[in-house]
Design a protein around this ligand. Structure first.
Ligand SMILES: *Cc1c(COP(=O)(O)O)cnc(C)c1O
Length: 405
C-alpha cells in the first residue's frame, strides 16, 4: 500500500488566528452575518467558508475533519459526538423504510443492537453474514439492499475483512461499502482499498487518552454534505454534534497516533507470540495461525503492524473473571471496556461489549464465554508485562504452563 497517511497528517500546516501553531479553538455556537442575504444563502448551503450554527459545522470540527480525511485519504470527513453518532447517521442517511442492509455478523455490540433492534422502527431489514465469505455476502444481496457494512478488523473476534474483494462485489451490485476502521487506524486504509465510507469511533486509538467519546465519517464531499443538509441530513437533524473543545483536543492527540500504533502493535505481537508458544489459545492477526493473517498482510500498511488488540480464550467465564481481577490487582491494566489507552484494558466481550448479541449467535460466530479481549498498552518493558501476566495465569492454575524460562 502506497498511501502514507502519517505523512499526510504531518504535512498539514496550521497558522492559528494569532499565528499559533495550533488552530484557535472556536468557542461559539452561533455566528454573525454582516449581510442578511449571506445568512439566507448559508442556510441554502450556497456559501463556502461561512459558519451558521455549530451543530452544522464549526472551525474546530472542520480542522479535525480535515485531519481525519487525510488519515483515510477521502475527499472530506464529518466529525460526530460519538462513534455510534457517526454510524447511525450514515445508516439512516443511506437507507429508507423498506430497505435492506447486508452486514458482517461480527461487529461492535452497539452497532449490532442498532441494526437488529432499532432499525425495526424504520422497517429496515438487516442480514448478518460471515463477511469473510464473498459468496455469503453476494447470496444475501436482494433488490432492496442499499449498503454493505463491515469492520476492517472486527470487534471482538478480530476477523479481517478482505476490503478490496468486498468492494469489487459492492461495485458489481452498485452498492456503497461502509467500513468501520476503529480497530485499525493507519494500519488499514479502507478508503484506499475501495470502501466508499470509512467510520471511526475516535474514542479509541485515534484520541488514545480515554477521556472522551467522538466519531467520524470519512467519505466524498457529496455524501458528507448530504449528512449536513439542513433539510434532510441525518447528521444535522439527529444532532450528534461534537463539541469544539473536544475536537481541538482530539486533533492534538492524533499527532502521535503513528508512534502509538507502532508501539501498541509491537507489544501485542510480542505477547501474542509468547502466549502462542506457551500453548494458550490466542487470536491475533499478526500470527500465522490467525485465519485473517494473509488478508491482513496483503492489505495492511506494514509499518504500523497488526494492531493493538488480541484475544485469549481461557476456557470459562470463571477463569476469565478471575484472571482479569488478578491482572488488575497486579497493575497490568484495567478491567474496563474500550481500547486504545496507554494502559492495557481487558474485558470479557460475551458479558460486556457484545452482550447485546444473543447467546446462540455468540456461539455461532465463535464468541465463547472464556474469551478475554485485550487492548494492549504502550508498556515500555513488555517482557516484564509478559512475565507478570504469565505469573497470574500460573497462580490461578488456569493453564498448564511451562515455567518462565
Ligand atoms: C467503540 C466502538 C464503536 C462505538 O463508538 P462510540 O464512540 O463508543 O460511540 C463502534 N465501532 C467499534 C468497532 C467500536 O469499538
Amino acid at each position: 500500500m502506497n498511501y502514507k497517511a502519517s505523512d499526510k497528517l504531518q504535512d498539514l500546516q496550521y497558522f492559528g488566528e494569532y499565528g499559533g501553531v495550533n488552530p484557535s479553538i472556536s468557542d461559539s455556537s452561533t455566528y454573525t452575518f454582516i449581510s442578511a442575504k449571506t445568512m439566507f444563502d448559508t442556510f441554502e448551503g450556497n456559501t463556502e467558508g461561512c459558519y451558521l450554527y455549530s451543530r452544522h459545522s464549526s472551525p474546530s470540527n472542520l480542522y479535525l475533519g480535515e485531519a481525519l480525511a487525510a488519515l483515510e485519504g477521502t475527499e472530506t470527513a464529518n466529525v460526530y459526538g460519538s462513534g455510534m453518532g457517526a454510524i447511525t447517521a450514515v445508516i439512516l442517511q443511506m437507507c429508507n423504510s423498506g430497505d435492506h442492509i447486508v452486514s458482517s455478523r461480527t461487529i461492535y455490540g452497539g452497532t449490532y443492537a442498532f441494526m437488529k433492534n432499532f432499525l425495526k422502527k424504520f422497517n429496515i431489514k438487516v442480514s448478518f453474514v460471515d463477511t469473510t465469505s464473498i459468496e455469503a455476502i453476494e447470496n444475501a444481496i436482494t433488490d432492496s439492499t442499499k449498503m454493505i457494512y463491515c469492520e476492517a478488523v472486527s470487534n471482538p473476534l478480530l476477523e479481517v475483512a478482505n476490503i478490496a474483494a468486498i468492494s469489487t462485489l459492492a461495485k458489481k451490485h452498485e452498492l456503497p461499502l461502509v467500513v468501520d476502521n476503529t480497530f485499525s487506524p493507519l494500519s488499514v486504509a479502507p478508503g484506499k482499498l475501495g470502501a466508499d465510507v470509512v467510520i471511526h469511533s475516535l474514542t479509541k486509538f485515534i484520541n488514545g487518552t480515554s477521556d472522551c467519546v467522538a466519531g467520524v465519517v470519512c467519505g466524498t464531499t457529496d455524501f458528507c454534505l448530504s449528512l449536513k443538509d439542513v433539510n434532510s441530513g441525518a447528521g444535522m437533524l439527529l444532532g450528534s454534534t461534537l463539541d469544539s473543545l473536544r475536537a481541538s483536543s482530539i486533533l492534538k492527540n492524533m499527532r502521535t497516533l503513528h508512534i502509538r500504533m507502532k508501539k501498541h502493535s509491537e507489544n501485542a505481537l510480542y505477547l501474542a507470540e509468547k502466549f502462542e508458544q506457551d500453548g494458550l489459545k490466542v487470536s491475533y492477526p499478526g500470527l500465522a495461525s490467525h485465519p485473517g493473517h494473509q488478508t491482513m498482510k496483503t492489505q495492511m500498511n506494514s509499518e504500523y503492524g497488526y494492531g493493538g488488540l488480541l484475544t485469549l480464550n481461557v476456557g470459562s467465564l470463571e477463569n476469565a473473571n478471575a484472571l482479569m481481577e488478578l491482572m488488575q490487582e497486579k497493575n497490568l491494566g484495567y478491567l474496563a471496556v474500550s481500547l486504545g489507552f496507554y494502559k492495557t484494558l481487558f474485558s470479557a466481550p460475551g458479558t460486556s461489549t457484545s452482550s447485546e448479541i444473543p447467546l446462540e449467535e455468540q456461539i455461532a460466530m465463535g464468541l465463547s464465554e472464556g474469551l478475554i479481549r485485550f487492548s494492549i498498552g504502550l508498556d515500555n518493558d513488555i517482557e516484564r508485562t509478559y512475565k507478570t501476566m504469565k505469573g497470574c495465569m500460573e497462580q490461578l492454575h488456569i493453564l498448564n504452563l511451562k515455567p518462565v524460562s
